[in-house]
Design a binder for this molecule. Structure first.
Ligand code: SAH
Length: 347
């Protein structure tokens, strides 16, 4: 059985033409799939025998929402989806005045091991298929009734650790016969896997690259992000400079402010020095308190921001949404896994 929604438009056309179908058939099927059809039986402009033939060869992914939490503070919605194999992933929908942004997961769990992050506590289970990434956008839009205008790949998982599937997802979600979301409305966030950044640069996509930096010096960064032992801060900055030269796109540096760890003025000065030479933007994130983590939110966010600005950098503080619903990624899945574990023990 083949995952039909993970096929590109061209692959679908080839597969259906190999089955003896006329070329308009692929257009019909693609449009049903990308419109959210959950089974071939919904495809009313296709004959019943043909639908049955398709169902013998292909399956259609369609997650079920096992939990949905709506923030009373700002309308942020967090979904916990159950996939075909019983695994769960999270998606967050945030509404801003300029549109609706969906934050999607790229893997079930994560193996990067960042010490402050809930998504990585239990490691990686598996990669998500392109269809499973697309489904998060598609079914969030359908369930919420809010049209998605922007996508951030900042949920559970490391996109560069599943880059083939991520690139295919980008092609699918960008397709004019599908959801048609422009690359300029998509951000991809990485913890700093240098070969992944280089490969992305080669693609020449118009998306925004976000780099989860969190510290400008290797000593601090290695303490909080094991990936720094493989690709240290200086190699990472070199890759960022290469990325900018190749694509001309401004990079966004994510910086979660941790009390007494990465929030000194000296670190702000060093950060500014390392970004020099490209138009970087620093996004300061108030640390989300994760139960499993020893780290606490910094109280120097505003001072750190001022210090960066004094060097001519643009630095913004990320507004925290969904504070009442555990909306930072990884937390809801952890909760569900723990409860399932406890239910399993009782049974
Ligand atoms: N693996 C990718 C994308 C997922 S994480 C990456 O590392 O960029 C999305 C963002 O949330 C990253 O910047 C990550 O470092 C940050 N993050 C993780 N846990 C956090 C926490 N407890 N508080 C604030 N930001 C956190």
């Amino acid at each position: 059985m083949t995952d039909i929604k993970s096929m590109t438009r061209e692959e679908l056309a080839d597969a259906l033409s190999a089955m003896g179908e006329p070329s308009f058939r692929a257009k019909q099927v693609f449009s049903w799939l990308h419109g959210g059809a959950r089974s071939f039986d919904e495809m009313s402009n296709i004959s019943k025998p043909l639908r049955a033939k398709f169902a013998e060869r292909f399956y259609i992914t369609a997650p079920t929402a096992v939990r949905k939490q709506v923030s009373r503070l700002d309308g942020t919605i967090k979904y916990l989806w159950e996939l075909r194999d019983g695994n769960c992933i999270e998606t967050v929908l945030m509404s801003y005045h300029h549109g609706n942004t969906v934050c999607i997961s790229t893997q079930v769990g994560c193996r990067m091991g960042c010490r402050f992050c809930a998504s990585t506590v239990a490691g990686k289970v598996r990669d998500l298929a392109p269809s499973e990434m697309l489904d998060q956008v598609l079914f969030t839009q359908i369930d919420s009734g809010r049209e998605i205008s922007n996508i951030v790949l900042m949920g559970i998982g490391e996109p560069t650790d599943n880059l083939d599937n991520v690139l295919r997802f980008l092609e699918l979600v960008n397709h004019p016969e599908g959801m048609n979301i422009g690359m300029r409305h998509i951000s991809l966030s990485t913890c700093g896997v240098v070969p992944g950044i280089d490969r992305l640069a080669e693609q020449g996509l118009q998306l925004t690259l976000s780099v989860s930096l969190h510290a400008p010096d290797s000593e601090t960064r290695s303490r909080i992000m094991p990936v720094n032992n493989a690709y240290d801060v200086d190699e990472l900055f070199a890759a960022c400079h290469r990325y900018f030269r190749k694509t001309g796109r401004r990079i966004s540096f994510e910086y979660a402010m941790i009390d007494g760890v990465n929030d000194s003025d000296a670190q702000a000065d060093l950060l500014a020095k390392k970004i020099r030479g490209m138009p970087g933007h620093v996004n300061l994130i108030p640390l989300n308190d994760v139960v499993e983590s020893e780290f606490k939110p910094s109280r120097r966010v505003a001072a750190f921001q001022k210090r960066l600005e004094s060097h001519g950098l643009t630095a913004t503080v990320r507004r925290s949404l969904g504070g009442d619903i555990d909306a930072s990624c990884g937390q809801l899945r952890r909760k569900e896994m723990q409860e399932r574990g406890e239910r399993g023990k009782e049974a």
